[in-house]
Write a protein that binds this ligand. Structure first.
Ligand SMILES: Nc1ncnc2c1ncn2[C@@H]1O[C@H](COP(=O)(O)OP(=O)(O)OP(=O)(O)O)[C@@H](O)[C@H]1O
Length: 206
């Protein structure tokens, strides 16, 4: 039984199909890594999986509230401390313990620091720690390692591994190798034909 699956799905940006003919499922314990060049449509696909936008065609199936999404923006409250931010999100998602998230993302010594005063990498660690307090099974992550140093990338990889070993799953767009066992899904061949037609269009006829 998969945690999230897509069938014959087309995803769009600004009303224009970007990727089409998508069929895949992600099961408990699985990490799906999206690859593809800049602009290929990875963010668009992730946003659709997270239900921030509807599919252009086809379906995405997941249990209600299955997905926790972490995008480029970390979504932190600048005036709240690190632990207050985590407690806030824990409250929103149903009261998970924040201690494991503080520990696993090396945030214990920063717990009383306002989030606005953190470095870029520290903010990113906090943004990712937030995933742990959601209690949601499917982590959908867009370039999660941006701003992270080598040690923090390792912390992150360990947290993802712990999450999927506990029966969760993850879909991650990343250009770097994270060092865990993963299923790689290259979106390049799924580029919507619509775009090809547009790119071939001879503008001299305009
Ligand atoms: N608001 C918009 N309206 C129309 N097209 C858009 C809009 N925003 C982005 N696009 C286009 O949609 C396509 C897919 O973008 P997307 O951000 O999903 O790619 P990506 O694979 O995540 O790229 P990257 O690796 O650079 O993050 C790109 O060609 C982009 O230029």
């Amino acid at each position: 039984m998969s945690l999230i699956s897509v069938k014959d799905m087309t995803v769009s940006r600004g009303g224009m199909p970007v990727l089409e003919g998508l069929n895949f499922a992600v099961s408990p314990g699985e990490i799906l890594v999206l690859r593809g060049p800049n602009g290929a449509g990875k963010t668009t696909l992730l946003r659709t999986l997270a239900r921030l936008q509807p599919p252009y065609a086809g379906t995405v199936e997941a249990a209600p509230d299955a997905v926790a999404y972490a995008a480029h923006a970390d979504g932190l409250k600048a005036t709240l401390t690190v632990s207050e931010n985590l407690a806030f999100w824990a409250g929103v998602y149903g009261g998970q313990d924040i201690a494991p998230a503080l520990r696993d993302f090396n945030l214990e010594t920063l717990r009383d620091r306002p989030a606005g005063n953190l470095s870029a990498g520290q903010k990113r660690r906090l943004g990712l720690a937030r995933l742990m307090v959601t209690g949601r099974p499917v982590w959908v992550l867009d370039e999660p390692t941006v701003s992270l140093d080598v040690a923090s990338v390792e912390l992150f990889a360990k947290a993802v591994k712990g999450h999927v070993d506990g029966g969760g799953a993850a879909v991650i767009a990343t250009h770097i190798h994270l060092g865990f066992e993963e299923t790689v899904f290259d979106v390049t061949p799924y580029k919507a034909r619509h775009d090809v037609i547009r790119n071939d269009f001879d503008e001299s006829f305009l």
